[in-house]
Design a protein around this ligand. Structure first.
Ligand code: SF4
Length: 485
């Protein structure tokens, strides 16, 4: 079975995918869970009715918000401050992490509890805090499991999608559990006991933010386990980390998203807990933190604003539906992407947020089938963006020499009909040594990767045009076969 440590040793999506494909359990678990999520989503969207109209409304809300992001961000910040919250803008991951570290150190905190947040993974906040001797505990069950395993989430919504109950039992036993069985109730009871103590002792609670409402300065959290409420109310200090695109103008817009997000993510009609947090605890309130700090992260997002090809990536509401339908994700799982955001959204977002070489191969992890677009509740054309990213790689000379030569040759051959015919005649002869039962199979060279997992049919003995011409000639002579044309 492959591990995240193995995945880190290899550097390309191809190598990481190869490793993942050897892991039968991983493939089975991902297929089983994504199929269940797809089925539930289909049922709950049908139950709502007019799903396409809801999607279109979702797209319009996100498009309007992102087109006026500066205005709504300002409104949100003004309202947070009016309610006694503190707001910080971070240009990049390092700045966001340092801002949070400063807040935590100022409070002389020893223990921080967290609810699930992809942005906190993006800025690697756990590592930054742990390096300073601050204990950080993930409290979402899936995140707790992968924290114990020392791994990254492998799905946006279900971080431990790749773990068996028996593996979880081993992880919990190593964390202090005794006499555990693999029964789900038994496992969750241990996690509940272990986390309860952490909630009660924590100095700082850290959450992400599903949506930030500009008109009220509220942070909205969607959770299913109730841990978000514990994290955001029990500790004296609450720190929210959010991407700058999380904004929604009004609560009326939230109503649309409250239908689209849970149904697309897990097929639920509504999320189990929807917490709306507006400022820290007021004098007359019984619970809540004394301080609320909101860190708003850019980290490459503002570079997409005004870009006709990529601005829509900021519409994403992180539901994970595109992962569940992607034929590539369903085979290789999340760790093969080597980035915080896996699946089709990760294959677009990660290279956009990280301009270096490291993730520029991710847009090739797609069959371009468009299933991600069909699944997306806010209609983001991810497949078009994947093509645009590949084109950008070509324009920036990031493709391999052999690939460039191959496509130049392809263009030359297809530019002239005569040239094409001659090359096809040659190819028919050249394929002979590679033929196995009517299919081309290459055990070496650039064709190998293609034919190792696909059937590449052999070129026909004669082309359609050649057959058509010979049939026409036969027909003119009145021979058999003329009427087959
Ligand atoms: S791109 Fe669409 S389907 Fe994928 S996570 Fe974002 S909102 Fe969901």
């Amino acid at each position: 079975m492959s591990t995240e440590k193995d995945a880190i040793q290899v550097t390309t999506i191809v190598d990481r995918s190869r490793l993942a494909l050897q892991d039968d359990f991983l493939r089975g678990a991902v297929r089983f869970t994504t199929e269940r999520l797809r089925g539930r989503k289909a049922a709950s969207s049908e139950e709502l009715g007019n799903w396409e109209a809801w999607r279109e409304r979702g797209r319009q809300i996100r498009s309007h918000t992102i087109a006026h992001l500066d205005y709504y961000l300002r409104q949100f910040v003004d309202n947070v401050q009016a309610h006694g919250g503190h707001v910080y803008f971070a240009a990049n991951a390092e700045e966001a992490a340092q801002t949070i570290v400063k807040i935590v150190e100022k409070k002389q905190a020893k223990l921080a509890v967290k609810s699930k947040s992809m942005v906190s993974e993006e800025i690697h906040i756990n590592k930054h805090l742990q390096e300073r001797g601050i204990e950080v505990v993930e409290t979402d069950l899936g995140e707790y499991i992968i924290q114990l395993a020392g791994e990254m989430p492998s799905h946006i919504i279900i971080p431990a999608i790749h773990k068996t109950r028996s593996q979880i039992k081993d992880l919990f036993t190593a964390a202090g559990a005794t006499n555990l069985t693999t029964d789900t109730k038994d496992l969750t009871a241990f996690a509940r006991r272990a986390l309860r103590d952490k909630f009660l002792r924590a100095d700082v609670g850290m959450t992400g933010c599903n949506f930030a409402i500009a008109e009220s300065g509220s942070v909205v959290l969607f959770t299913n386990e109730g841990n978000g409420r514990m994290v955001s109310t029990l500790p004296k200090t609450h720190i929210v980390t959010m991407g700058m695109e999380r904004i929604l103008p009004t609560f009326a817009d939230l109503e649309v998203m409250a239908n689209l997000l849970p149904r697309s993510a897990t097929g639920q009609k509504l999320t189990t807990y929807m917490s709306v947090i507006t400022g820290p605890r007021r004098a007359e309130e019984a619970d809540g933190p004394d301080e609320l700090h909101i860190v708003i992260l850019d980290n490459g997002r503002s570079s997409q604003l005004g870009d006709d090809e990529f601005q829509e990536v900021l519409h994403c509401i992180r539901c994970g539906a595109c992962l569940n339908v992607c034929p590539v994700y369903r085979h290789i799982g999340g760790h093969a992407y080597g980035s915080v955001y896996p699946g089709p959204i990760g294959a677009v977002l990660t290279p956009l947020l990280n301009q270096g070489e490291a993730y520029q191969d991710l847009p090739y992890a797609s069959s371009l089938c468009g299933a991600c677009y069909e699944a997306c509740p806010v209609k983001i054309p991810l497949h078009d963006m994947l093509v645009a990213l590949r084109r950008r790689n070509v324009e920036q000379g990031r493709t391999k020499w052999a690939e460039r030569m191959a496509f130049q040759g392809y263009r030359m051959v297809f530019a002239k009909a005569g040239r094409y015919k001659r090359v096809m005649r040659l190819a028919r002869k050249a394929q002979k040594p590679l033929l196995r039962q009517g299919y081309v199979e290459s055990t070496m060279g650039p064709l190998m990767g293609w034919t190792e997992s696909r059937h590449a049919p052999a070129l026909a003995k004669s082309s359609f045009r050649e057959r058509f011409q010979s049939m026409q000639q036969a027909w003119r002579r009145g021979e058999d076969g003329g009427d087959q044309v």
